[in-house]
Structures are given as structure tokens and as C-alpha cells.
Design a binder for this molecule. Structure first.
Ligand SMILES: [Fe+2]
Ligand SMILES: [Fe+2]
Length: 298
């Protein structure tokens, strides 16, 4: 059995003090947003206690589906690198970027420079977003990372899934299927219509879903909504679960659910994959982490 843990939307705090030149961009809006609302939601002891509880569960691998930082300052990227190092080695953790990691033009390239060891696939270094999707093999699991993060105009948080990624995703899903691997696909933005506001949606949702309908997968993981949701896309051999997890730093009592992590227990029985999902997180004002629910996904 392989135990895969999932967290998302870390929105690491505290936010380093930006320079005047760093704020002369869309970052000014994000900075004001942080001061006005996000700081309260994402600060405090929530993230450390969630991580401590997760570490106790000894998962085989951890995936983080984006929004590690807030306004993509270089200092935030450095702080997030230290955070990742505190979690384990790059072979234990795989990450993708979210819209906050690509907040302004050029930020995503900086994120790749800083976080390359946690982002690259097995076969090649990650030179740029043109290399996506990339695949890592973890025992009998093929973990396929897509990138939906791009710098957008102020007040927009859309993601993009273009044809180039669709073509390569189809190839990787075929390749992993030929090797009888359990195919887990990661993307930051939700590949489900209506699951987020219009200005936060994934442009290319139909394209992504078409690949899954044609090629199949065993699990799709995303973030961005900060919600605990389970949807599905119907693949060639049955329903493919599409799962999101609340933000890993979100405190109790706000607009969004408090922090959670999910653990997927992946095993093969009689030639088919079985995936059992456990949700762990904060359910009351004490901030204690407990088991919330268990589900059999496939
Ligand atoms: Fe987020
Ligand atoms: Fe996001």
C-alpha cells in the first residue's frame, strides 16, 4: 500500500515586508488584501500544528497543490524553500505552483528556480513551464504534475490549461497505464466548471476533462478553492475522483473551512486500484487536529 498525503494553499506567513519597487505592480493589491483579510485567516499556529500531525502519520509522499506564498516576493520563495526543507527531502515531496506563486510576470520562473528540486519530474530538470506536465514515479504510483499558474491582470486569478499540456498529459497517462501504475494528476485550479468564481476559474477545463475522459486516471488532486470537495470526471473505465482540500493554514471560524490534510491509501486488489481517503483537520476552536471522515474513492 502507498500512502499519499495532500495539502494545498499554504499561503505561508508572515508576509515579508516588500520594498517600494516590489509593490509597484499587482502586488500592491495583494499586499493590501493580505493586510485587510488574509493575514488573519492564514497566520497563527494552524499550519505548524497541521504539519506536526501530518508528520506523525508517516505518509510515503506529500503533494502540495500550489499557492505556497502570497505575492511572490523573492523572500517568500526563500522562506517557502526553508518550509519545504523542514518537511523532508525533495524525493519525499512534490509541489506545483498556484496563481499566488505566479502573482506577477516573471514570478513563476523565479519559483521554478527556487523550488526546482520539488517540482521536476524523474527524467528531466524543469527548465520552464513549457516542460509541463512532468511525471514522477513513486513505487506503483505515477504522479503527474500540470501547471495552471500564470501571471494574470489585477483582480483576476484565472488558471490556464493549454493544448500543449493536454497533448503531453495524454502521452504520460498512456505511458503510465502501459506500466500498470496508479495515475495521480495534480493541477492547482479546479478542473470542474462552476466550482469557483468566474474570475478564478480554469480556462481550459473542457480540454483537461477531455484528456481524462479519453485516457482515464485514478485520481485528480487540486487546490485553489480552499474547500473540501469531491467531484468526478467519467473516464473510459469509470469515474475518476477529483479532490480538493482546504487551505493548510486556514484558521477555524472564518469564511472557508479550517485547515485539513488528506491521506490517500492506494492499493491494488484483483488487478484494480483501490483508493481510500482520510480527511484530517481542525473542526473546532481548540485547533486540535482530528480524523474527520473516511471515504472509499475507487
Ligand atoms: Fe489559495
Ligand atoms: Fe489559488
Amino acid at each position: 500500500m502507498f500512502r499519499l498525503a495532500h495539502i494545498s494553499d499554504v499561503h505561508l506567513s508572515p508576509l515579508p515586508k516588500p520594498s517600494f519597487s516590489e509593490l509597484a505592480s499587482k502586488r500592491m493589491i495583494g499586499f493590501l488584501n493580505w493586510q485587510r483579510a488574509r493575514r488573519k485567516a492564514h497566520s497563527g499556529n494552524t499550519l505548524p500544528s497541521l504539519i506536526a500531525d501530518l508528520k506523525d502519520k508517516l505518509p510515503d509522499h506529500l503533494v502540495i497543490t500550489g499557492d505556497l506564498v502570497n505575492i511572490a516576493l523573492d523572500q517568500e520563495f526563500k522562506d517557502a524553500s526553508l518550509f519545504l526543507q523542514s518537511l523532508g527531502t525533495p524525493s519525499d515531496i512534490s509541489i506545483i505552483c498556484g496563481n499566488h506563486d505566479a502573482y506577477v510576470p516573471g514570478a513563476l520562473a523565479r519559483a521554478i528556480e527556487f523550488w526546482q528540486p520539488w517540482m521536476a519530474g524523474d527524467d528531466q530538470p524543469l527548465g520552464s513551464t513549457n516542460d509541463y506536465p512532468v511525471m514522477r514515479r513513486l513505487e506503483d504510483v505515477a504522479l503527474i504534475s500540470c501547471n495552471s499558474a500564470e501571471a494574470t491582470l489585477p483582480f483576476m486569478a484565472t488558471g490556464y490549461f493549454r493544448q500543449q499540456q493536454a497533448d503531453k498529459l495524454a502521452q504520460l497517462l498512456d505511458e503510465a497505464d502501459r506500466q500498470n501504475l496508479c495515475r495521480v494528476v495534480m493541477i492547482h485550479h479546479p478542473p470542474i466548471k462552476g466550482s469557483t468564481l468566474f474570475h478564478k476559474r480554469l480556462i481550459g477545463t473542457d480540454r483537461f476533462q477531455q484528456v481524462i475522459r479519453d485516457k482515464g486516471a485514478e485520481l485528480v488532486l487540486h487546490g485553489h478553492t480552499h474547500l473540501a470537495t469531491r467531484h468526478q470526471i467519467i473516464g473510459p473505465t469509470g469515474a475518476v475522483p477529483v479532490v480538493s482540500v482546504p487551505a493548510a493554514s486556514n484558521g477555524y471560524g472564518g469564511k472557508r473551512p479550517a485547515a485539513r490534510y488528506n491521506i490517500f491509501e492506494i492499493s491494488r486488489k484483483a488487478g484494480t486500484w483501490t483508493i481510500c481517503m482520510e480527511e484530517h483537520g481542525i473542526t473546532d476552536s481548540t485547533g486540535k487536529i482530528s480524523l474527520i471522515a473516511k471515504h472509499t474513492l475507487a
